[in-house]
Design a protein around this ligand. Structure first.
Ligand code: PHE
Length: 458
């Protein structure tokens, strides 16, 4: 195929209406439960400051260069991730097996979506708990009991999981321009404002400085090989990297947008929201004598305390959980979009049919996570229950391996003239060379060394 054809063509799925729409959608994909639910609880489980530092380094040195690479690959081919890899390997005369990378991404997307929808379902249920005043004046033990009772009931978890999965599929079925842009733009700024409000509340608690110390004073004795892997995995997870979500969004990106600038804005916003969540939550943990390592329930056991005790807490609580559900929706649609685009482009499915099947598969898989919090709580393999296994497999293995391959592809396989042309970096030499160095050497080497470290070779 002639180069010019491919570069000028548009994706079959449409295009973003503006640069802003793309940044909004990609930020919507990045900012979600990963920032507000996952970042605080894994920071608590992994000892705080040193973990946060490793996380930030991973975002800077691996995350941003890799995000640029993913957007670049997607925009160059304008196709779903599997097809992107096929087209670009043909262009670079490389081995055909690279397209398995697209497949692994689609699989990771399904697996993540399966549990993501369950946790987003919790957030949806909490909108109603907030609305009916369940938090008002509640003590730490009451808030904990509320959460424990809730997750003990498989039927209610299945109900909310179903509600969330349906909402995701309805948005995806409406297609990129009509569905995505409107829903994503709606509540993101609201979530940001509410996070600032919660930080303001945290400042009034007597655990504020202890919380800040926990987050920002590194104690390297708490860092294990596994926690370095978890920090790296979280950088991939939080930035939506390593599985083709951002690649897919990149394929809907018009030619005249600066990939470097967009990546920095997206990664910056994502990191700020995660840190704000930490700054809001840990002071509440310490001022109420709670444990930072209480696991996936952390957000649901701490923030209701803030809403139950602050002025206007009823309203802010309802708004916060609504905003959280929207943030989760704008991420979940990007988890399934690669699969849906592939089903449409390669299997001739209609968008609706593609959504129906993808949603059904992810919904069934999600039942495993539902039962991990009740009936199958103690069913463990490698000391992990179903939810913990899927989380470990995706965030700590599949995403970093996917990211490693994408980095190698962008740095070593793709022709340099093509990456130069796509990135179109200003002052061409230095910034391009820095990107090329990070993506060719630092990112793959870092992933590789962290893996070696975990299996005990280093
Ligand atoms: N980045 C999203 C979050 O932090 C989750 C996600 C991961 C979305 C991978 C797409 C791809 O919630």
């Amino acid at each position: 195929m002639a180069d010019e054809n491919r570069i000028d063509k548009k994706s079959q799925q449409g295009e973003w209406s503006s640069r802003f729409a793309f940044i909004l959608a990609a930020t919507g994909s990045a900012v979600g439960l990963g920032n507000i639910w996952k970042f605080p609880y894994i920071t608590g489980e992994n000892g705080g400051g040193a973990f946060v530092l490793v996380y930030l380094l991973c975002v800077l040195l691996i995350g941003i260069p890799l995000m640029m690479a993913e957007i670049m690959l997607g925009r160059r081919s304008k196709e779903n991730p599997v097809h992107t890899m096929e087209l670009l390997t043909a262009e670079a005369n490389a081995d055909k097996n690279w397209h398995y990378l697209g497949w692994m991404g689609i699989a990771a997307g399904f697996l993540i979506l399966s549990y993501y929808s369950v946790i987003a379902g919790w957030s949806t249920a909490y909108v109603f708990k907030a609305f009916f005043g369940s938090f008002s004046g509640a003590s730490p033990s009451e808030v904990k009991a509320l959460f424990d009772d809730f997750v003990a009931s498989p039927m209610s978890l299945i109900f909310w999981h179903t509600v969330f999965m349906l909402a995701t599929m309805i948005i995806v079925a409406r297609g990129i321009e009509k569905g995505f842009e409107k829903s994503v733009g709606l509540l993101m700024p609201g979530l940001f404002a509410l996070m600032i409000l919660l930080v303001g509340y945290a400042m009034t608690t007597d655990g504020y400085f202890k919380g800040l110390d926990f987050l920002f004073k590194p104690d390297f004795s708490k860092l294990t090989a596994d926690s370095v892997l978890v920090a790296m995995g979280q950088a991939f997870f939080s930035l939506s990297l390593g599985m083709g979500a951002i690649m897919c969004y990149g394929s809907y990106l018009p030619k005249d947008v600066s990939i470097a600038k967009a990546s920095m804005i997206i990664a910056g916003a994502d990191t700020v929201v995660a840190l704000l969540a930490g700054i809001a939550i840990f002071p509440i943990v310490f001022s109420n004598g709670l444990e930072p390592n209480s696991g996936p329930g952390l957000v649901f056991e701490t923030l209701p305390l803030a809403f139950g005790n602050m002025f206007g807490g009823w309203l802010f609580g309802v708004l916060f959980f609504i905003a959280l559900v929207f943030a989760a929706l704008s991420s979940s649609i990007s988890l399934v979009e690669p699969a849906v685009a592939w089903l449409i482009e390669n299997k001739g499915f209609s968008r609706e049919k593609a959504c129906l099947w993808s949603g059904l598969v992810a919904w069934v898989l999600g039942l495993g996570t539902v039962f991990s919090f009740n009936a199958w709580k103690n069913v463990k393999l490698f000391e992990r229950n179903f939810f913990e296994l899927i989380d470990y497999l995706t965030a700590n293995l599949m995403l970093p391996i996917g990211g490693f391959c994408i980095a190698v592809f962008a740095g070593w396989i793709m022709k340099q003239e093509h990456s130069k042309e796509e990135l179109d970096l200003p002052g061409e030499h230095l910034s391009f060379q820095v990107w090329k160095f990070l993506v060719s050497y630092i990112a793959p080497a870092a992933v590789f060394l962290v893996f070696l470290n975990v299996v005990g070779v280093l």
